[in-house]
Write a protein that binds this ligand. Structure first.
Ligand code: ZN
Length: 133
């Protein structure tokens, strides 16, 4: 596996409405999509920065993973997503190196992309996502 670039950086926020103006008014980026991902119990807002995106994550459920993340650590960087050609193969390869997987097979994430997560216990505390087409 060789990631081609950082596809996006996921940032946990309490409120999209409160967070979006910083990216639009201060950084001058444009929020081009707001999408609910039921599977992950989040609403997401996307901004393009070159080849990479910023994905703001707002929880839709107080028991959801992003709510629990904010309770424990506060708002902030939640995950880093690497673009790979073959998410399933990348997960298998990481697993073969003894990395603990959250997803053994890819699932559908925002923007209909195929995604899979590695467990932060195995990756120095960083939640790593693989993201493919
Ligand atoms: Zn993501």
């Amino acid at each position: 596996m060789k990631p081609t670039h950082i596809e996006h950086i996921g940032i946990a926020v309490k409120s999209l409405e409160e967070a979006i103006p910083f990216y639009e008014k201060v950084l001058g980026l444009e929020c081009y999509a707001i999408e609910e991902v039921k599977d992950q119990k989040v609403r997401t807002a996307f901004f393009r920065v070159g080849q990479t995106k910023v994905e703001l994550l707002e929880s839709t459920d107080p028991e959801g993973p992003v709510s629990r993340f904010i309770e424990k650590k506060g708002e902030g960087i939640h995950h880093i997503a690497f673009a790979v050609e073959d998410v399933e193969g990348a997960l298998r390869e990481a697993g073969s190196h003894g990395i603990q997987l959250i997803d053994h097979v890819p699932r559908k994430g925002a923007e209909e992309l195929s995604i899979g997560f590695l467990h932060p216990k195995s990756t120095q505390g960083v939640l790593i996502e693989f993201c493919g087409i």
